[in-house]
Design a protein around this ligand. Structure first.
Ligand SMILES: [Cu+2]
Length: 89
């Protein structure tokens, strides 16, 4: 009989390891053009809808956008989609 739990754990790590790593990554972007709470909400909405993103924190004054999880390229696209420019990441 196979040692189910151990084998499963290894399989889970192999299958989901990279995905879990991507999902738990924290990224910071500096975005220009956000001038009010509506801008913040727009960026938050677009970025928050990206696959794998579990959290978005935005500081309006500095333009700092902290994103938990998700794919870098998809996050950049979402910020662009919301109508704002990334000046640093
Ligand atoms: Cu605004």
């Amino acid at each position: 009989m196979e040692r189910g739990p151990l084998r499963n754990q290894a399989e889970v790590a192999r299958c989901f390891g990279p995905r879990l790593a991507a999902m738990s990554a924290n990224r910071t972007y500096t975005v220009s053009g956000m001038t009010c709470g509506h801008c913040v909400a727009a960026v938050k909405g677009e970025v928050g809808a990206v696959d794998g993103v579990s959290g978005v924190e935005i500081d309006l004054d500095s333009g700092r956008v902290d994103v938990s999880g998700g794919d870098d390229a998809a996050i950049r696209e979402a910020i662009d989609e919301a109508g704002y420019d990334i000046v640093a990441a």
